[in-house]
Design a protein around this ligand. Structure first.
Ligand SMILES: CC[C@H](C(=O)O)C(=O)SCCNC(=O)CCNC(=O)[C@H](O)C(C)(C)COP(=O)(O)OP(=O)(O)OC[C@H]1O[C@@H](n2cnc3c(N)ncnc32)[C@H](O)[C@@H]1OP(=O)(O)O
Ligand SMILES: [Co+2]
Length: 132
């Protein structure tokens, strides 16, 4: 299991992309809207892991709610796993609150699922698995 990406919630993804392009001295490697999550994402490759900027596509986006309540900032950490179904079963048995009944389509050609921050000392954890 390794960190696949750090998700950062931002108000204005265009501005945030300019900022991170300067900080990382690099161009984004991918941008993608995930309508089911009402988010637009911009990825920067940083070694084996990525930075994922997350902007809301509407006021009803979880990102809009997060930014409204907590401001911009680190939103989640995503770990890549080989078998997301097995990992979710394992964590459910351990008593973790999994936020999805089934893994769902995420960005970057991944299946994703989330573990509630209340179980992880305040950190929203995403598990992701590359689609074959
Ligand atoms: C899928 C595309 C992309 C990818 O990588 O492929 C993504 O990563 S999409 C990322 C956006 N999608 C999600 O985050 C889905 C999972 N998130 C949720 O289901 C909700 O955001 C949830 C359940 C974490 C919070 O929703 P809720 O409606 O309960 O919001 P509240 O503001 O009432 O929060 C309750 C409680 O949790 C704290 N909270 C909320 N979000 C976070 C967070 N990201 N990190 C840490 N803590 C969080 C919030 O402050 C509240 O705490 P309290 O002490 O009660 O104030
Ligand atoms: Co993510």
């Amino acid at each position: 299991m390794h960190i696949d990406h750090i998700g950062i919630a931002v108000k204005d993804i265009k501005k945030a992309t300019e900022t991170y392009s300067k900080i990382l001295n690099a161009s984004p490697t991918k941008s993608e809207t995930v309508e089911s999550e009402k988010v637009e994402t911009v990825f920067f490759q940083t070694g084996e892991s990525k930075v994922e900027l997350l902007g809301p596509t509407g006021d009803d986006s979880v990102i809009a709610k997060y930014v409204e309540k907590k401001g911009e900032g680190i939103h989640h950490v995503a770990f890549e796993v080989d078998d997301i179904h097995a990992e979710l079963d394992r964590l459910r048995k351990e008593g973790f609150t999994i936020l999805n009944k089934q893994p769902k389509d995420g960005a970057d050609n991944k299946l994703v699922a989330f573990v509630h921050p209340k179980d992880n000392h305040g950190v929203l954890v995403e598990l992701c698995q590359s689609k074959k």
